[in-house]
Every structure is written in C-alpha cells, then in structure tokens.
Design a protein around this ligand. Structure first.
Ligand code: F6R
Length: 245
C-alpha cells in the first residue's frame, strides 16, 4: 500500500484539471455518488473551473450529490462568511443543487438531532465517496483542531486561535466566529477516497507533520496515513520541508 500518494506539482494551478478529473470519474459511477467539498482559498481556482464545467455542461453532474466538511455555528446558507455561502459564491451552479436537494449542507445549528439526520442522509447515498480536503497551518482537517480524537464524528467545536486568525480578514471589521460544526476525523476517514491539497509556504510545517511526523491527534491530518486511498497534491513551497524518501 502506498497511501497517501504524494505528488509535488510545479504550480498550484496544475491541481485544477486533476481535481476536475476526480469529479468526472465520480460522476461516471452508478447511483447518486456523493462528493464532499472543502472550502478555503486552496480550492478557489478549482471551484471557478468546476462552475465553468457545470455551466457549459461539459461535465454531466446530474446524478452527483454534494456535501461539505464544516459550517460556522449558526451560519445559514445565505449568511456571508459561512461555508455554504462561500461554496455557492465560488461555484454558482451549487445554488441549484442546494435548491433541488442535491447539496446536503452541514446542519449549522449543531443540534444532535440535526447531526444525526445529516449523517443518515449521507449514509443513504452510500457515504462520501470522494472527499476533498485542505489542511490548516496547525494541521487541522476540516475544523478538527489539534487534540481532536481520531474517533470523532460530526460535532460542535471551538476554533483554534490560528484558525480564527486566518479567518479574520474575511469577517473584518467583525470578529471571526468562535465555534463551528465539523465533520469528525472518523467521518473523514470513512470516505472512500481522500484528496488533500496544500499550497504555499505557510502550509509547509503542517505538511511535514502530516506526512513525516508521528500519527497523532496533535496533527489531525496525520490520520490520512491510516487511509488506504488518500492522495496529496502539493506545490513546491508546501513540500519544502519534506525530506526525500
Ligand atoms: C474548510 C476546512 C479547513 C480548510 C483549511 C485550509 O472547510 O475544512 O480545514 O480546508 O483551513 O484553508 P485554506 O484553503 O483557506 O488555506
């Protein structure tokens, strides 16, 4: 087993066609295959390209169902700063998916009953088959901050100070939220295929910890090394601290 596979691209932009190809391959599967999107700057160019593929119908996504990793507590789909809002702004065709029930939003109220209903909805589609992931500077996956147990399911979490710092510009002049509803680490590990992207020098220490540090909740992303079908796409700056093996 060689998982995660690690590919160092010449430039972050080279990830876009690879990510689109992942979605295309998923869309060709039978049934209503479920893709889990990640939000954040890492995926902005991908969402722009995906919007274009969907708008021009080059990609037949009529059977695809989407979900995502996390949402700020209390942020409904229309609220600026929220993850569903960001996804729909970045990829406008997702608004239609949301309207027709093909985009399953993380329940922003964080209530146990809503979380159970969301998990049941994901299960009805056979679970997430393809999960896209970013990584936080502190090694977080979704909003599973360092110290989150590997066996966690969906839960309400406190955001780490680095996470809030990185979100501050988006919410200025207001303060960023302190809490979010997040997919758990066990939930993420349960997806059939994982594709994580990390670009830029700020991610280099987290990438090093993920791939070459101990497999430990101190770096939630190190959990990827326990998945049999995980793939990591890096640009040279994010890969800079890796020692060659
Ligand atoms: C967001 C999420 C986060 C981001 C991570 C990287 O849904 O799950 O884990 O993927 O914080 O964010 P960017 O891409 O903005 O560097």
């Amino acid at each position: 087993m060689n998982s995660p596979s690690v590919r160092i691209l010449n430039h972050a932009a080279e990830a876009v066609p690879l990510l689109l190809a992942e979605v295309e391959a998923l869309a060709a599967r039978p049934g209503t295959p479920l893709v889990g999107f990640a939000t954040g700057g890492t995926f902005t160019a991908f969402f722009r390209a995906l919007a274009d593929e969907l708008a021009t119908k080059r990609l037949d996504a009529s059977r695809l169902v989407a979900t995502h990793l996390d949402e700020y507590l209390g942020f409904g789909p229309e609220r600026f700063g929220g993850m569903v809002h960001e996804l729909c702004e970045g990829c406008p065709p997702l608004r239609d998916w949301l309207a027709r029930g093909a985009f399953l939003p993380v329940p922003n109220d964080g209530q146990p009953a809503s979380i159970r209903a969301h998990e049941a909805a994901l299960a009805r589609h056979g679970g997430v088959q393809l999960q896209f992931l970013g990584i936080g500077r502190n090694g977080h996956l979704a909003f599973n901050e360092p110290g989150t147990p590997f066996d966690s399911g969906f839960h309400v979490t406190q955001l780490a100070e680095t996470t809030r710092h990185d979100a501050r510009a988006r919410f200025a002049p207001d303060e960023p939220p302190t809490q979010a509803v997040t997919s758990g680490l066990a939930t993420i590990l349960g997806a059939r295929r994982l594709v994580l992207c990390a670009f830029g020098a700020a991610k280099a220490p987290a990438v090093k910890a993920m791939l070459q540090g101990p497999i430990d909740p101190a770096c939630p992303a190190s959990l990827l090394r326990r998945h049999g079908d995980a793939h990591v796409l890096l640009d040279p700056a994010a890969a800079a601290e890796l020692t060659r093996r």
